[in-house]
Write a protein that binds this ligand. Structure first.
Ligand code: PLP
Length: 272
């Protein structure tokens, strides 16, 4: 039987094509590939969410420490943000390393003016290997003033929460829980047998997420993957509770799967 190759035939049924959701990734570049923008891109790819990467800082670092940070100009970041948003409207935004207050304020202004939604902030202060990743008190205050009111979720570990709250208290400002719509306090850094992450809506606890502690030397980038995974789920239209739950499962699985690797001895990447 002959096939009908007449593509102009009006009777040809058109199958609607749904675009994948997209995520704007604002993160630092870690040349060992474990954390920052490369971890974010791998995570977005895992969830089939289209990644839109903007690099907020160049770092020279490895398992021995952070050796240099170079920040791009705010002008370049603002141009990149507007260029991306003019081309594709992101369904979610993940913000990671922010090297200085000027970059924080510039990013917040664009996100606010362009009315971007589903913003997840990982308030990174320092690397597990030691070195600072952010420009100190002024950068933290700028984050609290301009980004906290915009985010759907912030994902501090216990130490980040404590350091932010100490600083905010000394400036008579409300703490992180009161300033952000929702806060996920991650418990991976404790020594307990279980890692318990607690989700707060303002200062009221909403949910707890449990996983068994898995011993591993390959944990570099865990926080980046977790927060990006949550943002990717939000980009797909998932509820906040389910986005955290799905991401907690992913992070537990990849920590377990990555544990036997020795890509970098001592402190290696968690591989999604
Ligand atoms: N480098 C960059 C660019 C990061 O964004 C982060 C964490 O967010 C780190 C390094 C530190 O990663 P970790 O503390 O998981 O080793």
């Amino acid at each position: 039987m002959e096939k009908d190759y007449n593509l102009n035939n009006d009777s040809t049924e058109k199958i609607p094509v749904k675009n994948p959701p997209s995520i704007l990734l604002l993160s630092g570049l870690d040349p060992t590939g474990g954390a920052g923008i490369s971890a974010d891109i791998r995570t977005a790819t895992e969830w089939k969410v289209y990644p839109l990467p903007i690099i907020t800082a160049l770092t020279a670092q490895n398992h021995k420490g952070v050796h240099k940070i170079e920040a791009p100009s705010t002008e370049t970041i603002v141009l990149q943000l507007n260029d991306v948003i003019d081309a594709i409207r992101p369904d979610a935004v993940k913000i990671g390393m922010l090297p200085n207050a000027a970059i924080v304020k510039a990013i917040a202004e664009v996100l606010k003016n362009r009315k971007l939604k589903n913003i997840v902030l990982d308030p990174v202060l320092s690397a597990t290997t030691g070195g600072a990743l952010t420009g100190g008190n002024q950068t933290m205050l700028a984050m609290a003033d301009s980004l906290f009111p915009l985010v759907r979720l912030i994902t501090p570990n216990q130490l980040e929460l404590q350091l932010f709250d100490q600083l905010l208290k000394s400036y008579n400002r409300p703490g992180m829980l009161d300033s952000c719509k929702a806060t996920l306090i991650t418990g991976g850094d404790t020594k307990d047998n279980y890692c318990v992450d607690r989700l707060y809506k303002k200062s009221r606890i909403n949910n707890e997420f449990y996983s068994l502690r898995i011993e591993s030397r390959n944990l570099h980038g865990t926080g980046c993957v977790y927060s990006t995974s949550i943002a990717c789920n939000l980009a797909q239209g998932t509820t906040l509770y389910k986005a955290v739950d799905n991401s907690k499962c992913l992070i537990s699985d990849i920590i377990e799967n990555s544990a036997p690797y020795s890509i970098i001895p001592g402190y290696g990447p968690v591989l999604v």
